[in-house]
Write a protein that binds this ligand. Sequence first.
Ligand SMILES: Cc1ncc(COP(=O)(O)O)c(C=O)c1O
Length: 386
Amino acid sequence: MNKENKLIPCQRELFDIPDEVSYLNCAYSSPMLKSVARIGAKHLSKSAQPWRIKTSDFFEPAELARVEFSRLIDADPGDIAVISSVSYGLSVAAQNLRLQAKQKIIVLHDQFPSNVYIWQELAQQRDAIIVTVNRSPTSDLTTAVLAQLTTDVGIVALPQARWTDGALLDLETIGRRCREIGASLVLDLTQTLGVMPFSVQRIKPDFVICAAYKWLLGSYGVTFLYARKDRQNGNPIEHSWINRRNSENFSELTQYQSNFKDGARRYDSGEPSHLTISMAVEGLQQIHRWSIPAIVASIAVKTRMIATEVEQVGMNSLPEAERSPHILGVYIGDCDGERLHRILADNQVFVSLRGQFLRISPHVYNDERDLERLLNTMIKGLETLK
Ligand SMILES: Cc1ncc(COP(=O)(O)O)c(C=O)c1O
């Protein structure tokens, strides 16, 4: 085992999680690293005294964020825009992709709504067709998607793992097929970046979008948008002063500029906040300090253990080869999911209920006691519900 794959010992002391709380819900929101909270407090105090805010505060945190995020996906810093939400990034993509009447847009069954509504809207505008894909007992999700990738597909809008049950997609194979049929590939990687390895060089998507407040351990309100080089001359949604050339020179802002800043910066959303972006930078830097191979290996041990135990009490999740290493969707079947979820929360065990799945998503702050408390409470809860 090389150094990077070494398991990370429990990192709870870096977070503000009371002993009696078992938080296994990073897919909902990361608990805040103490270091991220400290940076937030520092920048908040600056905002309280705006005479301390420098011109560089408008630009430097975003530039640093581009550097740190680009390292995660094997891109250049200039390929990254700093935006406000996943829906914003998907709107940028939709506005800049070609799609003809009767062409198809591929999405998953139960895909996150921000990555569905925009395509429904675009399909309506362009008279295109939405095709919703699901796995079946005889085919995994990748096989099911590949079966739909025919030459009449215009846009393929997917995650790397489904947010409800963690079902995985082989994006390298899907990306290759998209290029063969001339379809654009748009990826919402909010539920996988920060844990799973990913490279834009290998997968070659048109756009990638990822919110910072889950597995990137950053703050709400910051999202990253990668635009492939040939997608960096499109139309931004907003025409903000800050995305134009020479915007650092505040005294000359009324010398209106027709040129944008370089690369994907033209897609940055307005009012970039030095506060939230600096917090996102610290989250990314912590991820790099741990390293992706070490994070993924450390979380996989926990989900594997939970999967084995829940199976013993008669509950199923996807086979390990078909699911992401960090999101475990436990199928609840006929069980009253709302009540089971409430029983867990009443016992300070926090997971999510998403559709027919109890979604369990641990991180390096979880220890054996959390896993024990989760399993014991689930067993007791299931008894009560019988
Ligand atoms: C897969 C996925 N994408 C995106 C988001 C957030 O979307 P938005 O930034 O549009 O609120 C979430 C939040 O749960 C998510 O799970």
